[in-house]
Design a binder for this molecule. Structure first.
Ligand code: SAM
Length: 298
């Protein structure tokens, strides 16, 4: 039964009465043996399979003896929007629609999220046969904290775009994961080495494939290795988060404010200096400085 929005606006999809369903199926990220038995059965029985590149998926199909039988349709970043209506219609008509990408899990730095959202919005059923995804594989063998992490996808080609991401990482305590191309890896690690030379990093390359390799070390050391040799293949970078921040004590802020005001700085300049120096909140430091001045005047 598909339960529509209830009073809280929550949509629950459970026990669909019709057979129609969108199945998001993960496929191998290199080693074809990583296709699960369930994924194989779904690919064999689906009415239709949407994939990024039909030629690429034919290789997976033939390796596992799956017959394509005109069931393969292309769904890529350029036609995802227009394919949504077609997929919704198929699911509504009771078809078993399987969605795969070239490798790994659809929707993870790959097309898929829009189709999933469209099927949900139509009140139809979506489920998954989970499996490989490069980010989880890389994180799991990085040796870094896996308790809390953040996925940044691809960082972008423009220097400014990347710099804006790095800004947020100064105080990001969770482990940071991102996908990178071999052509940009040395540049990106160089940029990271300027900002976070001592943080731990794992560069995970060609997971599950013949030339699988993990470079682990400080950002500065790994950047130097990467700059000195050619790195090929598919890459995930896993970067340690910032050390946990100890909350700033009131005494520390007051001492810094007193010091700067005693040296002749105006209240506003002293506040700005403390914010810069300690990373304190501007609003709270300003309020604290006003209270200090009021106390002095009392
Ligand atoms: N949907 C995929 C997933 O679930 O991982 C990711 C697709 S994204 C377009 C492709 C990127 O994933 C590559 O550029 C690389 O950064 C990463 N990747 C994919 N396969 C990989 C592998 N075998 N080893 C390391 N990184 C891989």
């Amino acid at each position: 039964m598909v339960v529509g929005p209830n009073e809280e606006g929550v949509v629950r999809n459970e026990n669909p009465t019709s057979r129609g369903q969108l199945m998001v199926v993960a496929t191998p990220i290199g080693n074809l043996g990583d296709l699960s038995a369930r994924a194989l059965a779904l690919l064999q029985s689906a009415d239709v399979v949407y994939c990024e590149d039909t030629r690429h998926s034919r290789t997976l199909f033939s390796a596992h003896g799956i017959s394509a039988r005109q069931r393969l349709h292309a769904l890529h970043e350029h036609n995802e929007a227009s394919q949504c209506a077609e997929i919704v219609e198929r699911v509504a008509q009771g078809e078993q629609v399987v969605l795969i990408s070239d490798a790994g899990t659809p929707g993870i730095s790959d097309p898929g999220a829009r189709v999933v959202a469209a099927v949900i919005a139509a009140g139809l059923d979506v489920s998954t046969a989970p499996g490989p995804t490069a980010l989880i594989g890389a994180l799991s063998i990085s040796g870094l904290d896996t308790e809390r992490f953040v996925m940044e996808g691809f960082l972008g080609r423009k220097v400014g775009e990347r710099a804006a991401r790095y800004e947020g990482w100064h105080r990001e305590e969770r482990t940071i994961v991102f996908y990178e191309s071999p052509q940009r890896l040395a540049t990106t690690l160089g940029e990271l080495a300027e900002r976070f030379p001592d943080r731990r990093v794992a560069v995970v390359r060609e997971l599950t494939k013949l030339h699988e390799e993990v470079l682990r070390g400080s950002v500065a050391d790994v950047a130097a290795v990467v700059a000195s040799r050619e790195i090929l293949g598919e890459i995930v970078v896993v970067l340690a988060g910032a050390p946990a921040q100890t909350p700033l004590s009131d005494e520390l802020i007051v001492a810094a404010l007193n010091e700067h005001m005693a040296s002749g700085l105006s209240l506003r300049d002293a506040v700005n200096r403390v914010v810069e120096q300690l990373g304190a909140s501007h609003r709270e430091t300003y309020a604290r400085a006003l209270r200090l001045r009021a106390d002095e005047g009392a």
